[in-house]
Design a protein around this ligand. Structure first.
Ligand code: GDP
Length: 596
């Protein structure tokens, strides 16, 4: 059965492209607000840090009405560091609205979530917002978006998506640039027409997968999810099961059930397939739990919540300057605040230690923990933190395992060389390299989590603030050996299978030449500024796409040593020549190693 009276959609937008304004307008025009009543609070993104960092961290729900249809709007997190959240959220919806600024065009930050949506076969409505801007260039932006879709392997149906032009600020949308703008109805209509109604069997056994957790001081934990099958009602007895924890089975009674209405939750007696519901009163409800009929408790599979990979100590600040008015400083304060965070953040762990003034806080990555730290400091908590440490594990034979991440990077072309070089030093392996698109290149690295510690800041500096770095936990793998940071100012040679090409790795330009030859690219050996081998590393960068010779950020370096492609023998001979300052026994050892 189809619930024609419901549409479940997610909004994907780059920060500042107008998502909040758009949702506010939809709310206003859907009649949720009485005439002339201002929207008091912009709830779609209440977290200041999101704005500053250009990422969306929290997912929130809003519901608007158009005629007889209820449209549930779910905000999407913009950052992959938050684990399976993107996928869990997208699994609740039947389509997405991609909001794009008519001047800026699609920004790489939105790619990660968009890609997930396309992979899940969701139809996309593209909303070109801010068409009132004098610099707006909607036609070009549309072309760019279609190119992006093709880049992300969109299906033919997805490529055939509708475009809606909007000025969220003025409160109107049009389907054709020559149309007369009036209101948001064209967008409402497109959502109703293009996004499929949710489907399911209302007579089947109950299945509600809890996708997010809210927390409220008064009612405690609130599970939010979509009714996938059957119905759920107040006073119903359900079995709580979890696909990843087969032993966890618990019978509970539904005491309070809500649906979303505007910005609020309203209590309902019963809900059926397609409805997005909130359930309070179950103390240990968790993400990934399925509420089922006790006679037929079948858990719905879900993307596992990413485990913590990084830990920091949060230490009570007992400096003589601490404890001024309005500040929270005691270990009790810190403890309560941290444990409160656990209510809504499923990827976080907090452990007490023997020293009552210190707590071990583990999370998904440095960004995850730093967002928490900043939030707490803004709230007035004073504390110190230790350096981040990776959480190691051992396999059954006692071998050391370490967390590995996939880093998805979009980098302006001119900085590609620097980024590859830096991450290779940090034990990153280039898995994939896209072709340059709109001045950006997409790189995918497999890298030990410890290699990313402290890297984000460096990355932002190296890319002049224009790079985008998303990471996703990949699993534990055997320890990859110590990272030795390479000295700058070295000659770097690349073995490409048949030949070695070299360039100067210069301290000023931090440029690196990298050469592709078919399937294999070896970013090679490094010889120190004075001809001494500072470090030798054969970083194997296998890549599928790197078939053309390219050099980035290394142009000046190339001027210093004329680039040539040599046979392996020739190249090694070259290393022995006077051109390369001085040859040490170490150089020769390196040479031998390559030859072997
Ligand atoms: P969000 O970060 O995506 O939620 O973006 P906001 O809704 O907060 O909007 C960011 C800025 O863009 C705000 O200053 C808005 O007033 C402005 N804005 C939003 N929609 C429009 C629009 O249609 N036209 C113009 N000119 N500005 C807009």
């Amino acid at each position: 059965t189809k619930r024609e009276d419901i549409r479940n959609i997610a909004i994907i937008a780059h920060v500042d492209h107008g998502k909040t304004t758009l949702v506010d307008q939809l709310l206003k025009q859907s009649g949720v607000f009485r005439a002339n009543q201002e929207v008091a609070e912009r709830v779609m993104d209440s977290n200041d840090i999101e704005r500053e960092r250009g990422i969306t961290i929290l997912s929130k729900n809003t519901a608007v009405y158009y005629k007889d249809t209820k449209i549930n709007i779910i905000d999407t997190p913009g950052h992959a560091d938050f684990g399976g959240e993107v996928e869990r959220v997208l699994k609740m919806v039947n389509g997405v609205v991609l909001v794009v600024d008519a001047f800026e065009g699609a920004m790489p930050q939105t790619k990660f979530v968009l890609k997930k949506a396309l992979e899940l076969d969701l139809p996309v409505i593209v909303c070109i917002n801010k068409i009132d801007r004098p610099e707006a260039r909607p036609d070009e932006v549309i072309d760019e978006i279609l190119e992006l879709f093709m880049d992300l392997d969109a299906s033919d149906e997805q490529l055939d998506c509708p475009f809606v032009y909007a000025s969220a600020k003025a409160g109107h949308a049009i389907l054709d640039l020559t149309d007369n703008p009036e209101n948001m109805i064209p967008l409402f209509e497109t959502i109703i027409d293009y996004i499929p109604a949710p489907e399911g069997d209302p007579d089947a056994d109950t299945q509600v997968l809890i996708s997010t957790i809210d927390y409220n001081e008064y009612v405690g934990r609130i599970g939010v999810g979509k009714v996938d099958n059957g119905t759920i009602a107040v006073n119903q007895e359900v079995m709580l099961v979890n696909a990843h924890e087969p032993d966890k089975q618990k019978r509970v009674k539904i005491s309070k059930l809500y649906e979303f209405d505007g910005l609020n939750k309203v209590e309902v007696k019963e809900a059926t397939i397609g409805s997005i519901v909130a359930i309070s009163g179950i103390a240990d409800i968790h993400i990934g739990d399925t509420l089922c009929s006790p006679e037929n408790p079948v858990a719905i599979p879900f993307q596992k919540i990413s485990e913590p990979t990084i830990a920091m100590q949060f230490i009570v600040n007992d400096s003589p300057f601490a404890g001024q008015e309005g500040k929270y400083v005691t270990s009790r304060h810190l403890r309560d605040r941290l444990f409160r965070e656990l209510n809504t953040d499923v990827s976080l762990r907090v452990e007490e230690s023997e020293n009552t003034d210190s707590f071990k806080v583990s999370g998904r990555g440095e960004l995850h923990l730093s967002v928490l730290i900043e939030n707490m400091r803004r709230e007035g908590y004073e504390f110190a933190v230790s350096k981040a440490e990776v959480l190691y594990k051992e396999d059954e034979n006692g071998k050391l395992l370490e967390p590995i991440e996939t880093a998805y990077i979009d980098v302006p072309d001119e900085f590609t060389g620097t980024v590859i070089d830096k991450l290779s030093q940090r034990k990153g392996e280039l898995q994939n390299m896209g072709v340059s698109n709109g001045g950006y290149t997409r790189l995918e690295f497999s890298i030990p989590a410890r290699g990313l510690i402290g890297y984000r800041g460096e990355f932002m500096t190296d890319t002049k603030g224009n790079g985008i770095l998303n990471t996703a936990f990949d699993g534990y793998a055997p320890y990859k050996g110590d990272i030795q940071y390479r000295k700058q100012g070295s000659l770097i040679a690349f073995e490409t299978g048949e030949s070695v090409t070299y360039g100067l790795y210069s301290a000023q330009e931090r440029g690196t030449l990298f050469i592709g030859a078919g399937e294999k690219v070896y970013a090679g050996m490094v010889i120190g500024q004075n001809g001494k081998a500072e470090d030798i590393e054969l970083n194997v960068c296998k890549t599928k796409h790197l078939t053309n010779t390219r050099s980035s950020g290394a142009d000046d370096a190339l001027k210093l040593t004329t680039p040539r492609t040599l046979s392996l023998e020739e190249a090694l001979d070259f290393i022995d020549t006077d051109e390369l300052l001085e040859v040490t026994p170490e150089t020769l050892r390196i040479r031998k190693k390559i030859l072997d």
